[in-house]
Design a protein around this ligand. Structure first.
Ligand SMILES: [Zn+2]
Length: 323
């Protein structure tokens, strides 16, 4: 392996588990190199403001979809996470909805959050200057001179040879960074399928598909034509019907009939991303048994529900997420 890339590899794979800043920082640098359109002919300079935008993108998408925890200290989350979350809260308030949207799709100016967005970037830049940019180069009391810094100006410099190497090995480095990032997140989170989540964020395919196709089954539970809310037990008017993941989608990252119920719009557990109570879990198990009885036993969905009941998915997932 190229000696320069070997240094990157060592820094990424051996850095401490304090938080995930170094992952965001290194990933942003590699992404900026990849996105450089002009041929690399001299020194390459990146501005911390552009690095901050990418860091915000990573944290925004990981947080808004999966609410992943980024450090071992729950009481005091890392600053950049707090700034990102604050911006997400402002965004939800503006939209008056908690529907997650990818960072790349948002124009903060159009939705009237230009100032707040710039403020967030400024805060991230400050943390990058103070904590991240120079620390990333240090390992075991040694400094790897993989780039030059101007911390006052907020700039990072790569010579031509190194910039070309980074570009050539970018796929390899993305893989190493995502691997290490996943390792860290697995240490901080009970959430499952973390490597899938980290990859999905890169691949632009965090899709939340329509749950309409499940109506045909959930309707089997309705007495007459009235749909009943799983949480409050009242009937639901047609324009108030919503399908809810009892164990929130951000934990499961999939749509499974055994985890889906009808509820009133706005009563979704998604809203809080909280795990359901034991009582709800018990009722869901009971519901699944009744539903299975009412389904035709010649479909894939029937088989899946049956397996979920036999293998006790509801309780098992719930217990494992509670930690
Ligand atoms: Zn209700």
């Amino acid at each position: 392996m190229d000696i320069y890339i070997k240094q990157w590899n060592d820094l990424i794979l051996n850095c401490s588990f304090d938080n995930t800043y170094k992952m965001a920082w290194s990933k942003a640098l590699v992404e900026l190199i990849v996105n450089t359109n002009e041929p690399i002919e001299d020194i390459v300079v990146f501005d911390f403001n552009d690095i901050a935008k990418l860091c915000l993108k990573y944290y925004w998408n990981q947080t808004i979809y999966f609410d992943l925890i980024q450090s071992p200290n729950l009481k005091k989350p890392p600053g950049i996470i707090t700034y990102s979350k604050d911006l997400i809260t402002l965004f939800f308030n503006k939209k008056q909805s908690v529907q997650p949207i990818r960072f790349e799709k948002i124009d903060f100016k159009t939705i009237g959050l230009a100032r707040e967005y710039e403020f967030t970037l400024k805060n991230i830049v400050r943390t990058l200057k103070q904590d991240v940019c120079w620390r990333f180069k240090n390992l075991n009391r040694e400094t790897y001179e993989i780039y030059e810094l101007d911390r006052n100006e907020g700039k990072v410099f790569f010579n031509k040879t190194n910039a070309l190497a980074l570009k050539e090995y970018s796929d390899f480095l993305f893989t190493v960074i995502n691997y290490r990032w996943t390792q860290m997140l697995e240490g901080f989170n009970y959430s499952p399928r973390i490597s899938r989540k980290v990859r999905a964020i890169d691949e632009n395919n965090i899709r939340r598909t329509s749950l309409k196709k499940f109506h045909q089954y959930l309707d089997l539970m309705s007495e007459g034509c009235k749909r009943e809310c799983f949480y409050c037990g009242e009937n639901i008017a047609d324009n108030e019907v919503s399908v809810d993941h009892v164990i929130p989608w951000s934990y499961m990252f999939s749509d499974d009939l055994w985890n889906l119920v009808y509820c009133h719009k706005g009563e979704n557990s998604e809203k809080s991303n909280r795990l359901p109570s034991e009582e709800d879990i018990n009722r869901l198990e009971e519901r699944n048994k009744q539903l299975l009885d009412r389904m035709k036993n010649n479909t894939k969905d029937y088989d899946q529900l049956q397996i979920a009941i036999e293998k006790d998915y509801v309780k098992r997932f719930w217990i494992s997420f509670k930690g």
